[in-house]
Ligand binder design. Structure first.
Ligand code: ADP
Ligand code: MG
Ligand code: MG
Ligand code: MG
Ligand code: MG
Ligand code: MG
Length: 686
């Protein structure tokens, strides 16, 4: 979550006075980076994952699975362990790093050094993830387990869901009816962010997820677990005055969203143009990958009628005022803002000709002065729009010690705004004074229960990014359709119940269709050159790479048709496995890309196990994590068909998930037969 600067955080009334200051210097800092880095090129593919865990504390006597609030101690211990390991191993061995996260029960881990594109590196991802999980696990108390669970099923229920217990009455930052102050990481940044979002907005955040109505769910459902009559904070009446909806699961604090775990991937590009192309390609993929990784059907002790976290987090940090949300005429505020600062991307940014201006078809307000300033500096319109759109937001956390910065050596004001725009994809400029190049982060995926699955999604996705570059794929659909897909992706069992807008013809130069994939589902060897046929037998690449040629020029006769004829609705199965003669499916494209690589059989077999998992999830032969979790609850002997996830059901669910992860319990329907749990796997870090 960005930099954890130390210092004295300003309350909202003070912080807002510095908003223009932070924006102005943030842009100066961006321009300094731009001037130094815009022509940088030749950076190799480096990439890495971020995995978030919740530390679950098991009480076997009470049969309660709770969230352990020992983050501070755990991180201290892990960082000293990690430095012991590294001193024992020498400087060239990269040991993993653990980072704090919003929840005081959360950990985040990343590989100690990014992966390269070499096949051994790509195949090290699962071991790397497992090593990190085991390292964390080994240094927790015996009843604590780090779990990759997207949303904790009983976060915010009445009674005891944390270890130790705290009373929500003390929630001075969020004023939540459900979550105590101690749910939040104690570092000043997090309580300040929580309080300043509430203060800027002028009320508590309010999220309502549709309840999954089961056979015996009382109707209309008036939630008996909401303390409707509490009167401690001035916002307490909001719930009874309309913020909490009937037949919904109501949530009122940042922790419900930022307390979720996810799987993110960051990729370095060859140069800024390739990063912008990659960013745009990832935008329409975000909802597809969200649907495939859906993992969060349980919220605040209930089963929801949605499978994903996205709308909850979007609501959880929605700091827009009523004026900005369009509920009141503009008076105090400058502009309407259509989306939360945590939401899907609103603007494509590539300068390739395939990026038609018509695709940016939703309102995306910009900070006009910043836009003009960027343009005057020589930044092109697409990038100026992107940056000045991010910069409509106010900085929420300002440390008094950090107000005056040297804009030639700091990027802190830039990052203040940039890293509190939490979108499905993030375009990351190089940091000041580092060897790191232009990067793009893919942020929509939910975390899976096992590292086999997390590695499968990471490996599939890195291969897909290379297929996109190698075959010069065009995935554009209008942003409004991507946004519709984001909503569809979160629906219950979206893989089966929804159809998504997707581009019909992903090959911009249509002569190349047959050269890539002969027919859907079957893969033929192809020419192997990135840009067209040259008649030479290609030599195969030894590794995944960056630095593809400029996007190929259009044929002379290229003639754009109407945008709305470029896409159709497809099921996830069709998007992944193909539809008709013209659309091969993303998995077939990945297979075709694999044919361009020189891979030994053992490595190839391993990669295919990952792709088989993705195929299984996309064609319905395997369940999504969300479906598996939902079924577990509904099949539990003590479930009363009333939409309630009891303490006992939650305990058994968490126990089962841990046993599945270790491989001491099978999960047919969720995992393929080749799955080997961490208990049996040999894990070493190389
Ligand atoms: P965030 O700002 O999103 O929290 P993190 O530092 O937690 O970022 O994670 C960044 C990820 O990017 C890690 O997986 C890391 O291994 C990876 N990474 C580090 N350096 C590079 C690089 N030069 N190019 C691409 N990825 C990198
Ligand atoms: Mg994180
Ligand atoms: Mg991170
Ligand atoms: Mg996060
Ligand atoms: Mg970070
Ligand atoms: Mg990240």
């Amino acid at each position: 979550m960005g930099l954890l600067s130390l210092g004295t955080p300003l309350a909202w009334d003070d912080a807002k006075k510095y908003a223009e200051h932070v924006r102005h210097h943030g842009i100066t800092q961006f321009l300094n980076i731009w001037d130094r880095m815009k022509d940088r090129t030749g950076d190799e593919l480096l990439w890495g994952d971020e995995i978030e865990y919740m530390v679950v504390s098991f009480d076997d006597t009470e049969k309660n699975a709770k969230l352990s609030l020992r983050q501070t101690e755990i991180l201290q211990k892990l960082s000293s362990i990690v430095s012991d390991i590294s001193s024992g191993l020498g400087d060239d061995v990269a040991v993993p790093t653990f980072h704090p996260e919003y929840g005081r029960y959360m950990l985040e881990s990343t590989p100690g050094a990014p992966y390269t594109g070499s096949i051994p590196d790509v195949l090290s991802v699962e071991n790397n993830m497992r090593y990190r999980r085991n390292l964390a696990r080994k240094h927790l108390k015996s009843h604590e387990i780090p779990m990759t669970f997207t949303s904790f099923p009983r976060l915010g229920v009445p009674g005891v869901f944390t270890e130790p217990y705290f009373d929500p009455a003390d929630a001075v930052s969020s004023h939540s009816l459900f979550l105590p102050e101690e749910i939040t990481n104690p570092h000043a940044r997090f309580p300040t962010l929580t309080a300043n979002i509430r203060r800027r907005r002028g009320s508590k955040v309010a999220m309502n997820l549709p309840l999954f109505i089961d056979e015996r769910t009382p109707r209309p459902f008036v939630d008996p677990t909401i303390p409707w009559q509490r009167n401690i904070y001035w916002e307490d009446p909001e719930a009874r005055n309309g913020a909490a909806l009937l037949d919904h699961i109501y949530m009122d604090a940042m922790g419900f969203g930022m307390g979720c775990c996810c799987l993110q991937l960051t990729f370095q590009s060859c140069n800024v143009a390739e990063a912008r192309r990659m960013y745009d390609a990832m935008v329409p993929l975000a909802p597809i990958m969200l649907a495939l990784t859906a993992s969060s059907p349980l919220w605040r002790g209930y089963i929801a009628d949605v499978d994903c976290r996205w709308n909850v987090i979007a609501g959880a940090v929605d700091d827009r005022t009523e004026e900005e949300r369009g509920l009141k005429p503009l008076k105090e505020n400058r502009r309407r803002i259509p989306k939360s600062r945590y939401d899907s991307v609103s603007l494509y940014i590539s300068e390739d000709w395939i990026n038609r201006p018509e695709y940016n078809d939703i309102p995306a307000p910009v900070h006009e002065k910043i836009y003009e300033r960027l343009r005057r500096h020589g930044i092109d319109a697409a990038l100026a729009r992107h940056i000045s759109h991010l910069f409509i937001r106010d900085p929420l956390v300002i440390f008094s010690e950090m107000i005056d910065q040297d804009d030639s050596t700091s990027n802190d004001h830039f990052e203040n705004i940039q890293s509190t725009n939490w979108q499905t994809v993030r375009f990351k400029p190089p940091p000041v004074d580092s060897a790191i190049g232009w990067r793009v982060e893919f942020r929509s995926m939910e975390v899976q229960l096992t590292d086999f699955e997390n590695a499968a999604f990471a490996v599939f996705f890195v291969l897909l990014t290379r297929a996109i570059l190698h075959f010069s794929l065009n995935l554009y659909v209008p942003i409004s359709k991507v946004d519709e897909n984001m909503q569809k992706a979160q629906k219950r069992d979206a893989v089966h119940s929804q159809r998504f807008y997707f581009r019909k013809d992903v090959f911009p130069l249509s002569s190349r269709v047959s050269s890539v994939v002969s027919s859907p589902g079957s893969v033929s060897p192809m020419d192997g050159t990135p840009n067209g046929l040259n008649g030479h037998a290609p030599s195969k690449e030894k590794k995944l790479r960056n630095c593809y040629p400029k996007f190929p020029d259009p044929d002379d006769h290229i003639n754009f048709g109407p945008v709305d004829e470029e896409y159709v609705e497809m099921s996830i199965d069709e998007i992944m496995n193909g539809k008709g003669a013209d659309f091969p499916g993303l998995l077939s494209l990945v297979y075709a890309y694999l044919e361009t690589l020189d891979i030994d059989k053992t490595s190839r077999d391993r990669i295919e196990q990952y792709l088989d998992l993705i195929r299984g999830k996309s064609n319905g032969s395997l369940q999504t994590t969300a479906t598996w979790i939902r079924n577990f609850v509904r099949n539990h002997p003590s479930y009363k068909y009333d939409s309630v996830v009891s303490q006992e059901i939650n305990y058994d669910l968490m126990r089962s998930v841990d046993e599945i992860e270790r491989g001491v319990r099978t999960a047919p329907g969720l995992l393929p037969e080749c799955f080997v749990g961490s208990h049996h796997a040999h894990v070493s870090l190389t």
